[in-house]
Design a protein around this ligand. Structure first.
Ligand code: NDP
Ligand code: OXD
Length: 321
């Protein structure tokens, strides 16, 4: 019998375990406690062939000699690739319509918040002031998406339909209907120069870490109708240099920001970002992995591999995502 092990840090595994058992009725599905303990027998753990994981502990792998593949329950895989004792096995990530739809909602919500001058109206409301501000039309703004992958392309698609002008930046050259595309380090400046609202949906890799800093902020378009560029980061917190981000938000290099991810999560109470009027903070919820929908995808992956078919959505370990 195939054994599937669930290891979820930070999340309660009970709903995941119940859903996985429902979609994998012929397999043995076992789970670690959120603190990494296993309450079953050691030989059950040793029989594990598939690890379904979010932030597993590195020492876990030494206890899984029969492991065949690692299935991330997140779209991002930095929680795996940064582990020191990661075995050389295939790793698959989540590509799922539910997770994608939730990210599209977040990106659209935040782009509209800034286009419709949400931060300014919140300030006016706090001062009980009734004042109508000049409202830029969507067509007057360029939304530049850094990371033109599954989530970036789906977000661009909706924003185009709302009338925004869309550009995108990726590692390799690509064509996306309705999007002016740029790629590679050599085209980054050209991409930034025309961007009013920068949406970051990049993965955290050795190449992208720290990219959201002074250099990028200062190259964004300053003459746009919002009176300065806006950053929306739902990629990863390690992409942003938070000291440079705070400085840019204070000195006007950035007009405003919506941040879902942070260098340190939870964001420490001491962070100046909490109290900045031009910052919208959400606690890494731009999208979520839903235990009601994702276990079906995980079950499909296990069945594919057991049938001798290749896994889908396999991570390119050299590229880091
Ligand atoms: P994809 O792998 O589909 O897309 C990644 C994109 O980033 C690709 O376009 C890729 O380029 C580009 N990229 C990678 N490295 C570079 C680089 N060095 N220079 C330029 N572009 C680069 O990922 P997804 O769209 O599915 O997810 C993106 C990220 O979103 C995840 O890795 C995760 O960090 C984050 N995320 C955040 C969530 C949240 O709740 N905040 C929820 C889910 C995901 P190319 O097209 O050439 O490969
Ligand atoms: C993910 C996330 O990577 O939720 O899926 O951050």
């Amino acid at each position: 019998m195939t054994t599937v092990l669930l290891s979820l840090a930070d999340w309660n595994p009970s709903r995941w375990l119940a859903s996985l058992r429902e979609v994998l009725p012929e397999e043995k599905v076992i789970a670690l406690e959120p603190d990494g303990r296993f309450s079953g027998e050691a030989d059950e753990l040793e029989a594990t062939e598939y690890l379904v994981a979010w932030k597993p502990r590195p020492e876990l792998f030494a206890r899984l000699p029969r492991l065949k593949a690692i299935l991330s329950v997140g779209a991002g895989v930095d929680h795996l690739l940064n582990l020191p004792q990661l075995p050389q096995l295939p790793i698959a990530r989540i590509v799922d319509p539910d997770l994608t739809a939730r990210m599209v909602e977040y990106v659209t919500w935040q782009v509209l918040h800034h286009q419709r001058l949400g931060p300014s109206y919140q300030t006016l409301q706090r001062a009980s002031r009734w004042r109508q501000l000049p409202q830029p039309a969507a067509r007057e703004l360029t939304v530049g998406i850094m990371g033109l992958g599954v989530l970036g392309i789906a977000s661009a698609d909706i924003l185009i339909r709302l009338g925004f002008r869309l550009t995108g930046w990726s590692r390799r050259a690509k064509e996306v209907a309705g999007v002016v595309t740029y790629h590679g380090d050599g085209q980054l400046t050209a991409f930034l120069r025309e961007t009013d609202i920068l949406v970051c949906l990049l993965p955290d890799t050795p190449k992208t870490r720290g990219i959201l800093g002074h250099r990028v902020f200062s190259e964004l378009r300053r003459e746009g109708p919002l009176g300065g560029p806006v950053l929306i980061n739902a990629g990863r917190g390690k992409l942003q240099n938070e000291a440079e981000l705070v400085a840019a938000l204070k000195d006007g290099t950035l007009r405003a920001a919506s941040l879902d991810v942070f260098q340190e999560e939870p964001l420490p109470a001491s962070s100046p970002l909490w109290n900045m009027e031009n910052v919208v903070i959400t606690p890494h919820v731009a999208s979520i992995s839903d235990p009601a929908t994702l276990p079906r995808l995980i079950a499909r992956q296990v069945k594919r591999m057991e049938a001798g078919e290749p896994l889908q959505f396999v991570v390119d370990r050299a590229a880091g995502y």
